[in-house]
Design a protein around this ligand. Structure first.
Ligand code: NAP
Ligand code: MG
Length: 402
């Protein structure tokens, strides 16, 4: 066969077990079929340290240029990693750095496979969670206070003060100041509407605006305004719905739903709900993640980390059974998006085939160890990562006759 041609995507290599899997996926599942055209950035911790983390910034800028990126999981250094890798500094989380450059929102969606049933039995389609990862309680200022008066004071740029009493404390207590920015909420809204259109799914958004009449209300109004002005026509044309409701009502509806939509959440709600939803769908190893910028750039990755425990066993010579599905789907997501941007049908078809062949291996009873315990189909055989990837490759070669 003649290999499928493609325009450039940004490739970001990573760390530990996922770096090993990254190479196998490229060698066995991609390169035999696609003339891979990537701009390569090594975000492995060693090279980040050598470049004083410049490479991460360059990768983020490159995504802005090429509009599509795919990223391997990377180590976020802590004190122990600083020692392990003799780092010059405790470099920031690469995901945080790239998110700041793209001003993006992270969407997390599970990969569903027949044979593994979500805990919530009526969930037959994925639920994608979008978390507004900026501000609120994550950037709040807190105090423990004795008896006395707490006030909210705002000083504008001309020095004019506005005050409101928060509470006149008759005893010891606690205080918290939170903020968010219209610009950040707007970016979040644009990313959500864009991603809903791009994946052809309804968008749900929830806050607690009945209680928080200015703070949460601002989120609600900004979403509504942006929807009406910029996206309503496209949503209607695509037969999609934008649906706002209170967070408690959303939770009840989500549990009773069959899935198949995007649920946009404020920062804290998204933090909590994404863990609940991903656990209920099965395994972290089956969770994909995509960062979408408000101007429509896409960075795909697995939601899980570098699987350190497996890597240490791999270094001792063990053939591990680490699940590569989320990393494979990061690649298929990026290739499909590249194909969509360029009207490159063969590339989009390849992304579909790669996903189909991967799921077909599991559905025929061969899977990595993490899935065996969740499996409800007839017999399951646990295989190593290498065996699993070979089984996918076999199927792909059959499809492409090479
Ligand atoms: P992790 O790498 O997600 O792994 C936690 C545990 O989950 C593993 O030990 C394994 O459990 C299971 N697991 C995760 N992915 C799996 C897969 N593909 N196949 C099979 N099992 C899987 O999280 P972590 O151990 O907390 O973090 C490790 C490193 O990853 C850290 O340095 C952290 O900074 C980094 N990290 C990076 C990202 C990112 O780049 N997006 C995200 C999170 C964490 P068992 O050991 O029980 O089999
Ligand atoms: Mg969480």
């Amino acid at each position: 066969m003649e290999k499928i041609k493609m325009n450039t995507i940004v490739e970001m290599d990573g760390d530990e077990m996922t770096r090993i899997i990254w190479k196998s996926i490229k060698d066995e599942l991609l390169s035999p079929f696609v003339e891979l055209n990537t701009e390569y950035y090594d975000l492995g911790l060693k090279y980040r340290d050598e470049t004083n983390d410049k490479v991460t910034v360059e990768a983020g800028e490159a995504i802005k240029k090429h509009r599509v990126g795919v990223k391997c999981a990377t180590i976020t250094p802590n004190a122990q990693r600083v020692e392990e890798y003799s780092l010059k500094e405790m470099w920031k989380s690469p995901n945080g750095t790239i998110r700041a450059i793209l001003d993006g929102t992270v969407f997390r969606a599970p990969v569903l496979v027949s044979g593994i049933k979500p805990v919530v039995k009526n969930w037959s389609e994925p639920i994608t969670i979008a978390r507004h990862a900026y501000g609120d309680v994550y950037k709040s200022t807190e105090m423990r206070v004795p008896q006395g008066k707490a006030e909210l004071v705002f000083t504008d740029k001309d020095g004019k003060e506005t005050r409101e009493t928060i509470y006149d404390f008759e005893c010891d207590g606690v205080l918290q100041g939170q903020y968010n920015k219209d610009s950040s909420i707007r970016s979040f809204a644009h990313s959500c509407f864009k991603y809903a259109l791009s994946t052809n799914q309804d968008l749900w958004f929830s806050t607690k605006d009945t209680i928080s009449k200015k703070y949460d209300q601002t989120f609600k109004l900004i979403f509504q305004e942006i929807y009406e002005n910029d996206y309503k026509a496209d949503f209607e044309k695509a037969g999609l719905e934008y649906f706002y409701t209170l967070i408690d009502d959303a939770v009840a509806r989500v549990i009773r739903s069959k899935g198949g939509y995007i649920w946009a959440c404020k920062n804290y709600d998204g933090d909590v709900m994404s863990d609940m939803v991903s656990t209920a769908f099965g395994s972290l190893a089956m969770m994909t993640s995509v960062l979408v910028s408000p101007d429509g750039n896409y960075e795909y990755e697995a939601a899980h980390g570098t699987v350190t425990r497996h890597y240490y066993r791999y270094l001792e010579g063990e053939k591990t059974s680490t699940n590569p599905i989320a990393t494979i789907f990061a690649w298929s997501g990026a290739l499909r998006k590249r194909g969509e941007f360029d009207g490159n049908k063969p590339l989009m078809e390849f992304a579909d085939n790669l996903e189909k062949c991967s799921l077909d291996v599991i559905e025929s009873g061969f899977m990595t160890k993490d899935l065996v315990g969740l499996w409800e189909g007839s017999e399951a055989t646990a295989v190593t990562t290498d065996e699993f990837i070979s089984l996918i490759a076999e199927r792909l070669h059959k499809v492409y006759g090479n």
